[in-house]
Design a protein around this ligand. Sequence first.
Ligand code: NAP
Ligand code: G4F
Length: 346
Amino acid sequence: MKKTALITGITGQDGSYLAELLLKKNYIVHGIKRRSSQFNTSRIDHIYQDPSLHKRNLILHHGDLLDSPNLFNIIRNIKPDEIYNLAAQSHVAVSFEQPEYTANADALGTIRLLEAIKNLKLQSKTKFYQASTSEIYGDNNLKKLNENSNFKPSSPYGVSKLFSYWITRNYRDSYNIFASNGILFNHESPRRGETFVTQKIVKGLVKIKYNLQGCLFLGNLDAKRDWGHAKDYVFAMWKILQHKKPDDFCIATGKSFTIKNFIDEVAKNLQMKLKWEGKGVNEVAINTRNNKKIIAVNQMYLRPSDINSLTGDYSKAKKLLNWKPKINFSQLVKEMVDSELDKYSK
Ligand code: NAP
Ligand code: G4F
């Protein structure tokens, strides 16, 4: 019998890679997508199957994490073996502008799904994966963060996700649901949304290279992140639900780099030479070929509070799940740059 999975957030970066992985593993994959005024399925168009096909293994449903009856009905009809809750208002800076909406989707949305599993008495059938995040640690002085580190989130997004982390554990303990958290550190890919810093830098520097943009404005250039590849990380999600018991796992690479390091690596891939000058909000990068300022800070991109450094320790996942990242920082950056250049050459 084929396994059935339900992915919330299937139109997002991770949802699209996870859907590909599960289809390869012969699952029947159901995905929840939001109704939008224009198509929002560009990341999954290559695996889309026409609803008029008699036998499909990818089925999309309209839905929203804010809509309890809708989620309940979808889960009642499918009775999935696995639910991956990847849907979220996932942008940290936006969460300061839309804190209530973020909490509704990212915190209460998780309860709505867990309540459906509980009330439909699917405890013995349905496993639940919660997309938790290194944002729940907040700013910290620790070199490497693991499953036992303290949580002190510093954004409405981080606080909402910490609620979901705990409610997932609570429903596991209280109702015997196979419910696990993947505490994932930043992960990127050519499918990363354009307003996250990595993709913004890649797209911006490629445009500058082709003289289509003058200067790229960013926020905190000194923040450090542990960047892995989304493809590696969705494999970890699947492994987490195949483990013999529900548990929580940090998924990371163990290495972190500053935003400036990321910029330098992109520039290297584009054969551009940069010179950094100034400090703090006055820091700029100059293109040494023509002496033009191509990176500068715009204070609108600084957050009310930011996390200076995040580095993860994935040793538990390595030991219990036999998981480790395959794609390193420079390979990730190269793939993102090559993919962007490819669009221009086409
Ligand atoms: P993403 O690209 O922003 O995708 C988010 C998905 O959620 C999209 O499909 C989006 O739909 C959907 N969504 C947003 N609000 C919704 C709502 N109210 N109801 C239903 N669907 C909704 O995010 P991602 O990078 O793939 O991340 C996947 C999950 O992992 C998120 O929960 C994120 O918070 C978490 N996470 C991400 C990272 C990372 O570095 N990428 C790290 C740790 C945790 P539309 O396409 O219609 O917008
Ligand atoms: O790329 P970012 O927006 O990612 P952030 O805030 O780390 O959040 C991402 O990773 C989390 C896991 O830790 C996920 F849970 C979350 O859903 C999301 O996927 O920003 C990274 C860093 C920040 O310190 C930010 O202040 O880059 C800094 N930054 C500097 N200039 C910028 C910019 N971030 C953005 N988005 N845009 C800028 O212009």
